[in-house]
Write a protein of this length. Structure first.
Length: 640
């Protein structure tokens, strides 16, 4: 059953219909697809030969205001399927709307909504009149593949937003401006933190030396915490045999979001001479891997592919795949030895890179990628140990968020949907795992929500949803309790009763992924990383050539002390050196003038300061910097 829209969703949904009305008035030849409300506004996808511009967006917005001023009534009309076809054809919108009509299951109500001259296939709901839309704004135009499939035609998507009043709209638009200024893609490019190159592939991050420093500092930080909690580090390969992921369930449950399987070399040689088209082979393999026929075709360079008609097509897939998860590999490490209950809990940690096939339209810088490294760990424990181990995981996530100044977060407990085939395993054990998640979440001191259907296929989870400094939410750390995979792999330990028992498995990742987490951090700090995390912690600024030797000696001492520092040797005015350091987001500047050189001192200027904040000896400056770095202090400046 379709969920009832909230009043805000109704408002935004109505605004999308007003948008479509205005588009057809200005561009009658446009073919419409869909226009739903979203978390932040609404959009409408349309097929138009003319590429829309910013000027067109202004015209459409002006026409929308005219439609609203007409105070058109939204009227619902239920029809039969045959009547719906006639209405769609009568509007000249059959190109996409007939496909959307076919999506409606037999027996479900089919309805249209009319406002003024515009009528649209729509389940609703809407506000009563267009004048209810008091505050809206069109935001941008983007490309969007029909049905999100990059094999389909790319449509034009017009984004907009709407709020009950102008005050809320202005607040949102102001937050958008802040978000643009903090965009990690722009800041990352300006600060030279990472690169996305078309020749490498969209969604695959190239970490530059500066970006790698941030990543390594985070890994060192979490690594120290893991050692305190008794984790052992492991390393696993980037690929594994397909059978491994069939056993775990990742292959069948997440088939659509995985890269194509990698056939063994002799698999292609086993393709027989009897020809069949790529389309036929694709259809035959669809249940196994939607991408595999394309992969074979790419590798053979042939338009038709021979395959024995009697051959089981799944045998072609007895090869390898890029790992979508680290857990099956860690499971095999556990299974490589016999364990006693005295050995548990066993905590295995890895910075493991995994791969997911995200649609190109869903990729977004570092926050939505196709290859990412998880700060992954899996704990194998007895049922009696679950509570304490989950609490240790939650403590670790809280340590990460507190250290980085992310204090505003909520907790989401993802539960299974009993009516869904996505989830597997024994219902009684699911109940135990879900109860354990609820109990653990209740100890965190922050409100938590329960969301059925949001569990992993193997178990419920506790997600930390962090709100950044401008109010956007990001799902970062996660902890998951799993009774399912140990059974699927028949894992066991010898209990105190000298009998084999299945362990419970806990999955946890405080950062989530290094790529996503760093992208969020860039925006959270607007590139102004705290001293301990900054790629360049200190920049030495000699006022003139007269102090160049002193500045070089200072730089050497900073580096000997393990402080990441550089020197600005440009032959230009001192003010230009300060501006360059500020633009490069360097936390601390150490100024070397003739007075400082004579006394063995440095004058301090911080990124957040407006001038010289103090003068201290070189030894004192270095000692204070090291202390603040070790403490992972969030602010820098006049405390030096």
């Amino acid at each position: 059953m379709k969920a009832q829209m909230t009043p805000l969703e109704e408002l935004r949904h109505s605004a999308s219909h007003v948008l479509a009305t205005a588009v057809l008035r200005l561009f009658p030849e446009a073919k419409l697809d869909i226009g739903p409300p979203t978390d932040n506004g609404f959009y409408y996808d349309l097929d138009l030969d003319q590429k829309l511009s910013a000027e067109d967006l202004e015209k459409i917005e002006a026409e929308m205001k005219s439609v609203i001023k007409e105070n058109q009534r939204f009227e619902r009309q239920e029809v039969t399927r045959d009547e719906a076809v006639e209405i769609i054809k009568g509007c000249g919108q059959e190109r996409y709307k007939l496909g959307r009509l076919a999506d409606i299951p037999e027996g479900d109500a089919i309805s249209f909504y009319r406002n003024g001259e515009f009528i649209d296939l729509c389940a609703g709901s809407h506000v009563n009149y267009t004048k209810k839309i008091k505050a809206f704004k069109l935001l941008s135009i983007a490309g969007a593949y029909h049905r999100g499939n990059e094999k389909n035609k790319q449509l034009q998507r017009i984004y907009g937003t709407a709020f009950p009043n102008k005050e809320e709209l202005e607040q949102y638009l102001d937050a958008l401006e802040q978000a643009k200024a903090r965009d990690h893609r722009k800041i990352g490019r300006d600060l030279k933190l990472f690169v996305i190159d078309e020749d490498v592939g969209q969604g695959l991050i190239l970490w530059t030396p500066k970006g790698s420093i941030i990543r390594q500092e985070l890994q060192t930080f979490i690594g120290d915490e893991l050692r305190k909690q008794g984790y052992d580090q492991v390393f696993t390969p980037h690929i594994g045999k397909l059978a491994l992921y069939k056993t775990s369930g990742h292959f069948p449950y997440y088939k659509e979001s995985q890269f194509p399987a990698i056939a063994e070399p002799d698999a292609l040689e086993r393709i027989a001479h009897e020809g069949c088209s790529c389309a036929e082979l694709t259809a035959r393999l669809e249940a196994v891997s939607p991408h595999f026929a394309e992969e074979i075709n790419r590798r053979t360079g042939r338009e038709t592919i021979g395959i024995e008609r009697t051959m089981d097509p799944t045998k072609l897939l007895d090869g390898f795949m890029l790992k979508p998860m680290n857990c099956p590999h860690h499971i095999k490490i556990f299974a490589s030895q016999q364990h006693s209950y005295r050995d548990l809990p066993l905590r295995l940690a890895e910075f493991g890179t995994v791969y997911r096939w995200e649609q190109s339209g869903e990729l977004n810088g570092m926050t939505r990628v196709r290859g990412f490294t998880q700060d992954d760990a899996h704990i194998f424990c007895t049922e009696d140990q679950v509570s304490d181990e989950v609490m240790g995981c939650l403590s670790l996530v809280k340590t990460v968020l507190t250290t980085l100044g992310m204090h505003d977060y909520r907790v989401r407990v993802g539960l299974r949907d009993p009516d869904s085939s996505k989830f597997t395993g024994d219902a009684e054990k699911w109940d135990k795992a879900e109860d354990a998640c609820r109990r653990a979440a209740s100890t965190l001191g922050v409100p938590f929500t329960e969301e059925p259907g949001e569990a992993a296929f193997y178990g419920p989870k506790i997600d930390f949803v962090v709100k950044d400094v401008i109010g956007r939410e990001w799902q970062l750390g996660t902890v998951q309790i799993d009774y399912v995979l140990p059974v699927r792999f028949d894992l066991s330990y010898i209990g105190a009763d000298n009998q084999p028992h299945h362990p419970v498995m806990i999955h946890r990742a405080p950062f989530g992924s290094m790529e996503r987490f760093c992208g969020v951090l860039i925006e959270h700090f607007a590139g102004n990383f705290p001293l301990w995390l900054s790629p360049e912690q200190v920049r030495v600024l000699p006022i003139s050539d007269k102090t160049a030797d002193y500045a070089n000696d200072l730089l050497a001492k900073l580096k000997d002390a393990g402080i990441r520092a550089s020197i600005d040797r440009h032959d230009e005015k001192f003010g230009a050196k300060i501006r360059r350091a500020e633009m490069d987001h360097v936390p601390v500047m150490l100024v070397c003038g003739e007075k400082e050189a004579e006394a063995g001192n440095v004058s301090i200027r911080s990124r957040i300061g407006k001038g010289i904040e103090g003068t201290v000896s070189v030894d004192e400056a270095i000692a204070t910097l090291k202390s603040k770095i070790a403490a992972k202090a969030l602010a820098e400046g006049n405390s030096l």
